[in-house]
Design a protein around this ligand. Structure first.
Ligand SMILES: NC(=O)CC[C@H](N)C(=O)O
Length: 424
C-alpha cells in the first residue's frame, strides 16, 4: 500500500466482539449470565475462543466486510476477489460453517447426499434409493449442517401437504389419520383415486398402515368396515382440476363391488355421460375455476338434463357447483348449475374440519332414511343460503356432538359439505 501499511486482512467475524459471556445488571446487581454467541457457535460448530479481529478494530470501516453486491447470485466477492462462502440469498444468508480440510475435499453435504443418491445409497438404512435422508420425507434444506432451522431453501415441504396432516385422534371406530393434506391442487399427488388412506389403530406392519397404490379389491378387503354399497351401477364421476378431491377407497370400493366408473371433465365442458345411472361430483376447487365452470354451458345444461331423470350427488366442492351461485375469493359471484338453492362463498375463508356421522333424512341412492354414513368435512367456503331446500342429513361430530342439519336435497339432487368415507 502507498502509505506503507499492510492491507487489512479480511476476517469474517470482524466487528462487534461477540461470543463472550456478559454479565447483565438488574436493579439489584448482576442477575444472570448471558452468552450471546452461544447459539451461533452451536449452529456453526465454532469453538469457543477469543475473538481475533484481523485488520484491527477499524477493519469494518476500511471495507473488509462486503456490503451487498456480488458477481452472481449466491456467491459474493470479497475485496481481493475471494469468495464469501455464504448460503445463497435463496437459502439462509448465514455464514457458512468452517470445515476442516478433509471435509472440504469431501465436498458440501448436499453434494455428498446427491452423490449417495446417484449411487443408490442413502444415509438411512432401508430407505429406498434416492430417498432423502432423515425421517419421513424431510429433506435436507441446506447443504450446511445445522442450518435446517434457519433455511428456507428449495427443499421445503410442499405447501398444503407436509404441514396439513389431519389428526384423527378421538374419532371412534378407527378413523382416518392423514399423513398429508388431502386437499391439494395437485389432487392425485396426495390421495388420488385408488389410494387408501392410513388408519389410526391399523397394524403398523400390515399393508393397511400404508398408502396403497391402486387399492381396488385389496383396499376394500383391508377396510371391510368402510366398504360402501355403490350408489349405482354406472357412475359418472367428474374428474379434473376442479373436482380432484374424492377419497380413493370409496371409488375403489365401488369398483370392487362391481360398479363402473365413467369419468368426465366439467372444465372441458363435458356433460355427464348419457349412459350412466348416477352422477357424482367430488370436491375440489370450484372457486379457482368458477369462471370456466360458469362458461361451461354444455356441462351445466347436460347436468340439468341428467338430473331430470337420474340422481346427482355433490360433495363439498361438487356441492358448491350444484348450487345457484358461488362467490369467489375476490367477492365475484359466479352462476353455478342451479340444481339446488345453495349459495356459497369463498370470500371469507373459514376452516371447517372434522369427521362427521350423518343420519340420512330421506331415502336416496346413498341409503334409506335413518341410515347412517361416515364422512369427513374439510373446506374453507361457507354456506350463504340454502334457498329453502330440505336438509340432506342430521350430522354429529367425532365426539357425538349434534351439529344439526347438513347438506340439502331437491328431488333426486343432493349434496353435502362432507366427503363420504363409508357407512356409519
Ligand atoms: N373439500 C373440498 O372440496 C374443498 C372445497 C373448496 N375448495 C373449499 O375449500 O372450500
Amino acid at each position: 500500500m502507498g502509505d506503507g501499511r499492510r492491507p487489512p486482512r479480511f476476517h469474517r467475524r470482524a466487528g462487534r466482539p461477540r461470543g463472550r459471556s456478559r454479565r447483565l445488571r438488574g436493579a439489584d446487581g448482576p442477575v444472570r449470565r448471558r452468552d450471546p454467541g452461544r447459539r451461533r457457535r452451536r449452529l456453526h460448530r465454532l469453538p469457543r475462543r477469543p475473538l481475533r479481529l484481523a485488520g484491527g478494530a477499524g477493519a469494518r470501516r476500511r471495507g473488509a466486510i462486503p456490503i451487498g453486491g456480488g458477481d452472481r447470485q449466491g456467491v459474493r466477492r470479497l475485496p481481493g476477489g475471494r469468495r464469501d462462502r455464504r448460503c445463497g440469498p435463496q437459502q439462509c444468508r448465514q455464514p457458512a460453517p468452517r470445515r476442516s480440510l478433509p471435509a472440504r475435499r469431501r465436498g458440501s453435504r448436499l453434494a455428498r447426499v446427491r452423490r449417495a443418491a446417484a449411487a443408490g445409497r442413502s444415509r438411512r438404512a432401508g430407505a429406498p434409493s434416492g430417498a432423502h435422508p432423515g425421517r419421513g420425507d424431510r429433506r435436507p434444506r441446506c447443504p450446511h449442517r445445522g442450518h435446517r432451522r434457519s433455511c428456507r431453501g428449495p427443499c421445503r415441504p410442499r405447501r398444503g401437504c407436509g404441514r396439513g396432516g389431519i389428526s384423527a385422534a378421538g374419532v371412534p371406530g378407527g378413523a382416518l389419520g392423514a399423513r398429508r393434506c388431502p386437499l391439494s391442487p395437485r389432487g392425485e399427488g396426495c390421495w388420488g383415486e385408488g389410494k387408501v388412506p392410513t388408519f389410526k389403530g391399523a397394524p403398523s406392519s400390515g399393508p393397511a398402515g400404508h398408502l396403497l397404490p391402486e387399492g381396488e379389491k385389496e383396499g376394500v378387503a383391508l377396510l371391510p368396515a368402510l366398504a360402501i354399497r355403490p350408489p349405482a351401477q354406472r357412475i359418472a364421476l367428474a374428474r379434473d382440476a376442479a373436482f380432484s378431491f374424492v377419497y380413493g377407497h370409496l371409488i375403489a370400493g365401488w369398483r370392487a363391488a362391481g360398479a363402473e366408473i365413467v369419468p368426465f371433465s366439467p372444465l372441458a365442458d363435458e356433460p355427464p355421460p348419457e349412459d350412466c345411472d348416477l352422477c357424482w361430483l367430488p370436491g375440489g376447487y370450484p372457486e379457482l375455476h368458477a369462471g370456466r365452470l360458469t362458461a361451461a354451458t354444455r356441462f351445466r345444461d347436460g347436468l340439468r338434463a341428467f338430473a331430470a331423470t337420474r340422481p346427482v350427488h355433490g360433495e363439498c366442492g361438487g356441492y358448491m357447483v350444484l348450487g345457484q351461485g358461488l362467490i369467489d375469493a375476490g367477492g365475484a359471484r359466479h352462476e353455478m348449475a342451479g340444481l339446488l338453492g345453495l349459495e356459497t362463498s369463498f370470500a371469507t375463508r373459514k376452516l371447517h374440519l372434522g369427521y362427521r356421522r350423518a343420519v340420512l333424512a330421506a331415502d336416496g341412492p346413498l341409503g334409506v332414511a335413518g341410515g347412517a354414513l361416515r364422512g369427513h368435512e374439510f373446506h374453507y367456503a361457507s354456506v350463504v343460503g340454502t334457498g329453502g331446500d330440505a336438509p340432506f342429513a342430521a350430522v354429529s361430530d367425532a365426539n357425538g356432538t349434534d351439529l344439526g342439519p347438513a347438506g340439502t336435497r331437491r328431488g333426486a339432487v343432493s349434496g353435502t359439505f362432507f366427503h363420504m368415507i363409508g357407512p356409519g
